[in-house]
Design a protein around this ligand. Structure first.
Ligand code: GAR
Length: 199
């Protein structure tokens, strides 16, 4: 059984969607630990409500390398085999990425490589694209850059605000994160350069 480690900084709705699939028995995984760099993150409270191990490791004032070593230690202590970033608003160091090679996934609210970084939905609206969406990808040392596992498009409407677009994208995020996890857990894929080949 794959042991998942979830890293989040805020609300935790992607974590909750994954937890729902795990609880329903349609992901061959268990959530070993939920870690947040913000002790007040609602996602941590949601994890506790579900009876899952929830750990705050505050990042404020800590050097990235020092922080990442603490997070790696906690993930190892919990026997984590696959790390899911779910609204974790920090760039990982090379040390972290090397500690879990090709075993870290991230979800991002745009069709990468468009609109990496912060406020992706705002960036999409400002740019005037007609289609945006979300992406699940393997994490490397660069921002929102690793090989892509899954994407889903959503229309951008003339009437959209950042909030309405974000809500439409979020619905797809909740769907494709578990789909991507199922692929990685099943192991039926290979990575060739930037491409993830399924089957
Ligand atoms: C999600 O929209 C996720 O894609 C985004 O933060 C939100 C977290 O929501 N992540 C990023 O922008 C990462 N660059 P959640 O806490 O409800 O899952």
């Amino acid at each position: 059984m794959t042991r998942l480690g979830i890293l989040l900084s805020g609300r935790g709705s992607n974590f909750e969607a994954i937890a729902d699939h795990v609880a329903a028995g349609d992901l061959e995984a268990e959530i070993a630990v939920v870690i947040s760099n913000r002790s007040e993150a609602p996602g941590l409270e949601a994890a506790r409500r579900r009876g899952l191990p929830a750990v705050a490791i505050p990042s404020k004032g800590l050097d990235r390398e020092v922080y990442d070593r603490m997070a790696i230690e906690e993930l190892r202590r919990c026997g984590v085999g696959l790390v899911c970033l779910a609204g974790f608003m920090r760039l990982l160091s090379a040390t972290f990425v090397r500690a879990f090679p090709n075993r870290i996934l991230n979800i991002h609210p745009s069709l990468l490589p468009s609109f990496p970084g912060l406020d992706a939905q705002h960036q999409a609206l400002e740019h005037g694209v007609r289609v945006s969406g979300c992406t699940v990808h393997f994490v490397d040392e660069y921002l929102d850059a690793g090989p892509i596992l899954a994407q889903a498009p959503v229309p951008v409407l003339d009437t959209d605000t950042v909030e309405t677009l974000a809500a439409r994208i979020l619905k797809e995020e909740h769907r494709i994160y578990s789909e991507a996890l199922r692929i990685v857990i099943g192991g039926n894929y290979r990575i060739e350069g930037r491409r993830v080949i399924l089957g």
